[in-house]
Unconditional design. Structure first.
Length: 154
């Protein structure tokens, strides 16, 4: 037997698809947090905040969602205009449910190269949904819940 372990493919796309399915199965809205500075990320520039963008990838929000081991692609509406979006899986920082903030910050993979722009086919798609963009909040830090405040009135 050899001391070298066989090289395995990245586990990130599998985690991403599994968590998205889990969020959908629970009737929640899956969002991904993307590092917009990674080569190959194609999102409308106006949606980027502090180098990151939060994307709603719910079936009702996008058209033609395609998630493979290297790329996520779909068409969605931004400001009422349908635009193609493509994101290398390596640019996804987290996936979480909008309603609860539950999800996962994806671990970094050492030595995993990011796909370069032009190494993929364009994502197919049609009209998405014209809804408000989610705030660029981190999935690990959902907003603190306020405790109910009751006051006795006589």
């Amino acid at each position: 037997m050899s001391d070298e372990a066989p090289r395995m493919t990245s586990y990130r796309p599998y985690l991403l698809r599994a968590l998205t399915e889990w969020i959908n199965d629970n009737g929640m809205t899956p969002h991904i947090l993307v590092d917009a500075g990674v080569p190959g990320v194609r999102v409308p520039p106006g949606s980027v905040r502090e180098g990151k963008v939060v994307l709603n990838i719910a079936d009702r929000a996008v058209a033609g969602l395609h998630m493979d081991n290297e790329w996520i692609g779909f068409t969605a509406r931004f400001g009422g205009v349908s635009q193609p979006v493509s994101v290398p899986v390596g640019a996804v920082l987290a996936v979480y449910a909008r309603e609860t903030g539950q999800g996962m910050v994806l671990p970094e993979e050492t030595g995993a190269p990011h796909p370069q722009e032009g190494d993929h086919d364009e994502a197919p798609g049609a009209e998405g949904h014209d809804g408000p963009e989610p705030p660029p909040a981190g999935p690990a830090d959902p907003p603190p819940r306020k405790h109910p405040h009751l006051r006795v009135v006589k």
